[in-house]
Every structure is written in structure tokens, then in C-alpha cells.
Design a protein around this ligand. Structure first.
Ligand SMILES: CCCCCCCCCCCCCCCCC/C=C/C(=O)SCCNC(=O)CCNC(=O)[C@H](O)C(C)(C)COP(=O)(O)OP(=O)(O)OC[C@H]1O[C@@H](n2cnc3c(N)ncnc32)[C@H](O)[C@@H]1OP(=O)(O)O
Ligand SMILES: Cc1cc2nc3c(=O)[nH]c(=O)nc-3n(C[C@H](O)[C@H](O)[C@H](O)COP(=O)(O)OP(=O)(O)OC[C@H]3O[C@@H](n4cnc5c(N)ncnc54)[C@H](O)[C@@H]3O)c2cc1C
Length: 672
């Protein structure tokens, strides 16, 4: 039995030979990546989706208009729910459902995207028991379609400036929801434009003329039967986007629209019938739906980068171009060192992002169950961690995916590669759920507080314990045996700690000179976001270390360790300026890191296909001609191109309408 479980009769021989070189069992590696239970469920659900033709794309989405895309994905999502009990073991398991939807529907969006990822989590965390009964149960039972309407045309980041009003009317025991200006229109919510009939709406709570800041309200926006907007509500689609065009992101305006008082989500903050307001136990508890998405998107982004790496690495083993040694025949492009250097570090990042995604989900679950008991101590840690990870992971993912696209040459630019769409979806993650730079500055706030605590000999939390440790002056990389690469990890720690303390000292100096805290912060904002990035990259490296250490099977641990060591080398070189500034690393140590990285590229090369096969993306899920498991790329690229709508006729009307008359006229002129 070969160790790579993807080998099948009829596969491209090149890929089979590559797969036979695996040093580990790909299903065991899949278990390390996804968790053994989820890996098994993914495998089984993919087989079931393969058999259920009603879940298959009716044609490649690249050849569809937006309306066709919306309709196609609405059709598939309805079929998916109709068959869900036969396909998944536990329909209430978000992870299993996400993988089902990734297989059957893909990532271009569908009417229930925000419903499951924000609307339901908002109800779970913020609705009281009676409200859960009223809305959560119907939402879970698909009796209504919800969205999360917070961002406005004028403001997305600065939530304190949101303009939508929810004014309490004591006489009728209602809130009057109103959009006072054009900039107050809700703008962007997913599935709002044409699909949803309910929304959790963020609006400023106003009681007796006093504003209590924004709170969340349940608002029905469309009639349950006719689907027409309710009186006082204007709603529509905001138009085409870079990608994610099967999602109808929308706008929404209210003209003094009335809702019952009990439509304010009241698990934590409350308003009684006399207009008496009760504060929540934590000011930011109402932000929980955002924290939920930030926590799930880390693993999803890792998956996007894993998909792009799979496509590019498989294709690089099919594509031959040029010779390394003259006369010895064209080589697979993955045999070029530059191609390996382009792709393997992205593969390593995909792995660590998936591991980090798992860790952060566990912390989220813990915080959620604490919150249920009114306990909010870990909320600040979770906010800091997710803010940093969300920003660094999305940024590195899209940079990595772009490398994958370019590594596929011209065919990478074609939608047939599958990379443009997932890149477009992933890059949205740099903006949604908090613009990356803004979220890095949120983490920086936490880090600056942590420095203050450290100076008192205390730690703000587990994530920043390392700030209490003394700084070494010189790195031991290349000075002691490599072992488990301890000195490399220590270098990440050193770089992060130094930048954090450096910027904290600079802030103090500016304030000592009389500058206000806010202006000092502005003067150092770029350095602050750098501190946040370095802290997060240290967290990621440490997470990779924890994962490798936890693996029991020797062959899996060895293959993972190769990726981990490559990651350490590659990322350190990417941040090397920070280590050179204080001469922590010497030039010969940088050379040592480089040479070790090149060695690791060669070590990883024979396992490359098995490391991507271990993601176990089915062809249906990958939606890529270049990334096909069987490697039959060229004949299928030709088949795909023939599906282009432009090939429906040899001559298209625009030729007769514009080009032919122009050429005829030109010929006539030349005959005169
Ligand atoms: C079919 C079935 C499938 C089912 C399966 C489902 C699987 C999932 C499918 C995945 C599909 C993915 C689809 C993707 C959809 C994308 C949807 C996108 C949605 C959105 O974008 S919603 C809108 C998001 N908006 C934002 O993120 C706004 C960003 N801005 C902010 O968050 C805040 O304004 C702020 C954080 C930048 C600043 O806030 P504020 O001004 O209020 O606060 P201060 O800066 O003054 O800070 C005060 C203190 O509060 C702390 N703080 C802030 N936020 C939090 C928090 N969330 N938690 C805890 N603490 C918080 C600050 O740190 C400050 O603390 P300090 O101690 O004073 O320093
Ligand atoms: C695909 C997609 C889906 C979305 N889905 C939803 C949804 O379902 N529901 C919803 O409510 N919203 C949704 N959004 C909106 C999204 O949450 C916001 O676009 C996002 O929070 C960024 O806010 P903004 O657009 O106001 O950007 P801005 O804040 O205007 O950002 C513009 C620039 O200003 C900078 N900037 C802003 N403030 C600061 C600051 N304080 N310090 C330093 N720099 C700053 C930013 O870094 C950025 O460079 C979605 C957006 C996208 C792209």
C-alpha cells in the first residue's frame, strides 16, 4: 500500500511517480492538519457530494453572470440543506457544515453565508432566552434568512461614529429605527441586497434624548411571503465586487421604522419599559459576532492558501519548461530552486495558519462559555489575539496566493486555475471584520499595556508572558547544534520583544517631552503596527513548534518538522532587518539561515505533492483545472476554454455591427 493515498489508475504517470516517493501516510498527515475526526468527515462528505448530482455546479461559475451565480448558489444551498442529514454526521457542527458548503457551493458566496457566520452567533451570544426562542430556533431551522448590518456608507471602522438611530418611544414601547443621512445607509452586509428577510442592525440607542452608544437590534426587513421590503425600509444590492460575486452585499435605509422594544438584543445590555438602561458586564460584549468571524477566518484563510499551494505545486509537477542541464530534456518546473523557494514557504504558512486557526477556535469557545456565565476576563486576550492573527494571516495569505498564481505562469492568470477567485475572496479578509491596519493597532494597544504590567514585574496574560524574560544580546543560530531549532524560535521572540519595548520607550519619551498620549501614538503608529506584526509572527512560529512537538508518529513529525524549519528560516529572513539593527544576528548567521533554507527546499521536494495531497481537497472543492488530482491538465484546459460563452458561435454579432463595417469602409477608402 503506497503511503500517499491519492494514487488512482489513469492518473498522469509523472504525478504517480511523485506520489510514490512519500515518506509519510497522507491520511495521517490529513489527521494532523484537520484533526482525525474532521479529516474523516471531510473525506466521507466529499464522496457523498460526488454522488449527489443535484449538488454539482451546472456549469463553471466563471462563465456565469452575477444573477446566474446568485441563482445557482441559492439552488445548491437549498439542495444541500435538503440532503444534509444524509451527508454530514452533525448538521449543528459549523466545521463540518463549512466543509460541506466548500465542496458543494465553493467560496463565491450564497444566501446563508452571513446568516451562519454572524447572524446566528450574534443571537447565540447576545439574545436572552426568550429572544433565542423567538429568533434563534427559526434561524437554525431555516425559517428566516438573516444578515449582520453594522457598517454604514460613511463609517465601517469607527463604530462610535455610526449614525443609524434607535430612539426609544416609551408611549408605544417601541424603538424607532431611522437613517438620518445618506452616509448612515447600511452598506456591505452580506446577503442583504436580495436574499435576507431579517437583520441584526447596529444602531445608536437613544433614550430621552441621551445616546448610550450603538447596540444590536433585530429588524425584519422583508415580508416573509412576498419578500418585498417592509414599509419604511429601502434595500438593495451594492453592485459587483472584486470577487465573492455570488453574494448580494447590500444597502439598507430606514425611514422611522418601528420595532418592539424587545427587539433590542438583551442578554447583556437591557432597556425596560420605563426606559431604564442596564449596562452590559463588558463594554465590548456586543462585538462578539465580529470576534467570532475573526476566530473562524484564520483557519479558512489557511485553507485558501493551502488550495492555492495545491494548485501551484501539482501543476509545477506536470508543467515542463526549459532544461537545467543542456541536452538532458526539459525539467518539471518544480525542480527549479526558484520555484521551490516561491512555493514551499507558502505551503508551510498554510499549514501553520490552519494550526493557529484551531488554537484560536478553542480559545473562542472557552471565552463564549465564560461569557454565558457573565465572566469576561479573557475577552481582551481573545480580542488582541484575533486582531493580530486576522491581520497578519490575511496579509500573508494573499501575498502567498499571488506567488502561487505567478508560479503557474500564464495559466495562473486564467480563471481555469481557480486561483483568481479564491485570491479575490481571501483579499476581502484584509478589509472585512476590521481593516487590517486598524486591527494591528488594537493589538498594539494591548501590547503597550502589557509593557506597563511587565515593568511592574507582572504579566497581562499568557500571550505576553515572554515580555518578562531578559533579552539575549546575541543569537545562538549556527553557534550550537540545530536540534529542534530553539535558537531560531528565540530569535522570533527577541525581535518581537525588542520592537515592543523600543516603541513603548519611544512613546514614553515623547510624552515626557510634553506630547499628548494621542499625538505620540500617531507619531509612532507605523512602529506600533510593526510591533503587533512581529508579536503575531512569533505567536505563529511558536504555534507551529507546539504542533510539531505534539505529533506522535515519527514520519509525520519529521515531514512536519521540515516544513516548520523552513518556515523559521524563511520568515526570519523576511524580518532580518530587525535582527540586524541591534547586531543580534551577524552576517555569517544570516548566511547560515539561507543555506539551511536551501537545504530544506531540497529535502521537502520529494514530499511536495504528498504534503499538498494531505489537505485532501477534492477536485470539486478545488475547482481548478491546473490543480486536478489526476494531473491531466492540458486536455482539460482545452475543454474548459471551449465552454467559454464567446465560443457559442464562430462569429459574434459585434463583428458584423462594428468591425466589419469599419474594415469595409477602410477597404473602400483605399480603393478610391
Ligand atoms: C451553509 C452553512 C455554513 C455554516 C458554517 C459557517 C462557517 C463559516 C462560513 C465562512 C464564510 C465567510 C464569509 C465572510 C463573510 C464576511 C462577513 C463580514 C462581516 C463584517 O465585516 S461585519 C463588520 C465588521 N466591522 C468591524 O470589524 C469594525 C472594526 N472596528 C472595530 O471593531 C472597533 O471600532 C475598533 C475595535 C476598531 C475600535 O472600537 P472602539 O472605538 O469602540 O474602541 P476603542 O478603540 O476605543 O477601544 C476601547 C477598548 O475596547 C477594546 N475592544 C475593542 N474591541 C473589542 C472586542 N471586540 N473585544 C474586547 N475588547 C475590545 C479595545 O481593545 C480597548 O481596550 P483598552 O483596554 O481600552 O485598550
Ligand atoms: C467582502 C466584504 C464583506 C463585508 N461584509 C459585511 C457585513 O456582512 N456586515 C457589515 O456590517 N459589514 C461588512 N463589511 C464591511 C467591512 O466590515 C468594512 O469595510 C471594514 O470594517 C472596514 O471599514 P471601512 O470600509 O470603513 O474602511 P475605512 O475605515 O474607511 O478604511 C480606509 C483606510 O483608513 C484607514 N483607517 C481607518 N481608521 C483608522 C484608524 N483609526 N487608524 C489608522 N488608520 C485608519 C484604514 O487602515 C484604511 O487604510 C464587508 C466588507 C467586505 C469588503
Amino acid at each position: 500500500m503506497p503511503l500517499n493515498k491519492e494514487i488512482q489508475p489513469g492518473d498522469n504517470d509523472e504525478l504517480t511517480r511523485e506520489r510514490l516517493q512519500a515518506t509519510f501516510d497522507t491520511q495521517q498527515m490529513a489527521a494532523a492538519l484537520w484533526g482525525s475526526d474532521l479529516a474523516r468527515k471531510r473525506r466521507e462528505l466529499a464522496k457523498k457530494v460526488d454522488k449527489l448530482t443535484v449538488l454539482h455546479d451546472s456549469k463553471d461559475m466563471s462563465f456565469m453572470t452575477r444573477e446566474e451565480k446568485l441563482s445557482e448558489n441559492a439552488r445548491k444551498v437549498v439542495q444541500m440543506f435538503a440532503h444534509v442529514a444524509d451527508i454530514v454526521e452533525d448538521p449543528s457542527d459549523d466545521a463540518e457544515m463549512f466543509h460541506l458548503s466548500s465542496n458543494a457551493i465553493g467560496h463565491e458566496g450564497h444566501p446563508f453565508g452571513v446568516h451562519f457566520v454572524m447572524f446566528i452567533p450574534a443571537l447565540k451570544a447576545q439574545a436572552d432566552d426568550e429572544q433565542r426562542e423567538k429568533w434563534l430556533m427559526p434561524a437554525l431551522g431555516l425559517q428566516l434568512i438573516g444578515t449582520y448590518a453594522q457598517t454604514e456608507l460613511g463609517h465601517g471602522t469607527n463604530l462610535r461614529a455610526l449614525e443609524t438611530m434607535a430612539t426609544f418611544d416609551k408611549a408605544t414601547d417601541e424603538f424607532v429605527i431611522h437613517t438620518p443621512t445618506v452616509t448612515a445607509l447600511k452598506w456591505w452586509p452580506g446577503s442583504l441586497g436580495k436574499s435576507s428577510n431579517h437583520a441584526v442592525v447596529s444602531a445608536n440607542l437613544i433614550i430621552d434624548g441621551k445616546s448610550y452608544g450603538h447596540h444590536n437590534f433585530m429588524v425584519q426587513i422583508r415580508d416573509e411571503n412576498t419578500h418585498k421590503p417592509l414599509k419604511g425600509i429601502t434595500v438593495g444590492d451594492i453592485g459587483p465586487k472584486m470577487a465573492y460575486n455570488a453574494s448580494d452585499n447590500g444597502f439598507l435605509g430606514f425611514d422611522h421604522h418601528r420595532i418592539p422594544r424587545r427587539n433590542m438584543l438583551m442578554r447583556h445590555a437591557k432597556v425596560d419599559k420605563n426606559g431604564v438602561y442596564t449596562k452590559p458586564p463588558h463594554a465590548k460584549i456586543g462585538y462578539s459576532a465580529m470576534v467570532h468571524v475573526r476566530s473562524v477566518m484564520i483557519g479558512h484563510q489557511g485553507m485558501f492558501l493551502g488550495s492555492a499551494s495545491t494548485i501551484a505545486i501539482r501543476y509545477s509537477l506536470v508543467r515542463r519548461q526549459g532544461e537545467i542541464k543542456e541536452g538532458s530534456g526539459e525539467v518539471k518546473i518544480l525542480d527549479y530552486q526558484t520555484q521551490q523557494h516561491r512555493l514551499f514557504p507558502q505551503l508551510a504558512r498554510a499549514y501553520v495558519f490552519m494550526f493557529a486557526g484551531k488554537e484560536v477556535r478553542e480559545l473562542y469557545q472557552k471565552v463564549l462559555s465564560d461569557m454565558e456565565k457573565g465572566e469576561t476576563t479573557l475577552l481582551a486576550d481573545l480580542h488582541a489575539l484575533t486582531s493580530g492573527l486576522k491581520s497578519v494571516v490575511t496579509h500573508l495569505c494573499v501575498a502567498g496566493m499571488e506567488q502561487c498564481r505567478m508560479a503557474c505562469g500564464g495559466h495562473g492568470y486564467s480563471r481555469a486555475s481557480g486561483i483568481p477567485e479564491i485570491w479575490g475572496v481571501a483579499v476581502g479578509g484584509c478589509t472585512y471584520e476590521g481593516e487590517n491596519m486598524v486591527m494591528l493597532l488594537q493589538l498594539a494597544r494591548y501590547l503597550m499595556k502589557a509593557v506597563k504590567e511587565t515593568k511592574k514585574g507582572k504579566s497581562l496574560g499568557r500571550l505576553v508572558d515572554y515580555l518578562l524574560l531578559p533579552q539575549d544580546r546575541h543569537s545562538l543560530i549556527g553557534r550550537v547544534p540545530q536540534g529542534e531549532y530553539g535558537p531560531h524560535l528565540a530569535a522570533f521572540e527577541h525581535i518581537a520583544r525588542r520592537q515592543i519595548f523600543k516603541v513603548a520607550d519611544e512613546l514614553t519619551k515623547l510624552q515626557d517631552k510634553g506630547m499628548s498620549k494621542e499625538i505620540a501614538w500617531q507619531k509612532k503608529a507605523v512602529e506600533l503596527q510593526r510591533a503587533a506584526r512581529l508579536h503575531t509572527r512569533f505567536y505563529l512560529a511558536a504555534c507551529f513548534h507546539r504542533k510539531v512537538q505534539s505529533v506522535v508518529d515519527g514520519r509525520i513529525r519529521e515531514a512536519l518538522a521540515d516544513l516548520y524549519h523552513l518556515h523559521l528560516n524563511y520568515e526570519l529572513l523576511d524580518m532580518v532587518n530587525y535582527a540586524l539593527e541591534d547586531a543580534y544576528l551577524k552576517a555569517d548567521q544570516v548566511d547560515f539561515i539561507r543555506e539551511d533554507m536551501y537545504r530544506l527546499l531540497e529535502t521537502i521536494r520529494p514530499n511536495a505533492i504528498s504534503l499538498v495531497d494531505a489537505f485532501e481537497f477534492s477536485d470539486r472543492e478545488l475547482r481548478s483545472v491546473l490543480g486536478r488530482r489526476d494531473g491531466h491538465v492540458y486536455e482539460n484546459l482545452y475543454k474548459w476554454a471551449k465552454e467559454s460563452e464567446l465560443n457559442r458561435a464562430d462569429v459574434l454579432p459585434y463583428f458584423d455591427k462594428y468591425l466589419k463595417p469599419m474594415m469595409l469602409a477602410a477597404r473602400q477608402r483605399s480603393n478610391i
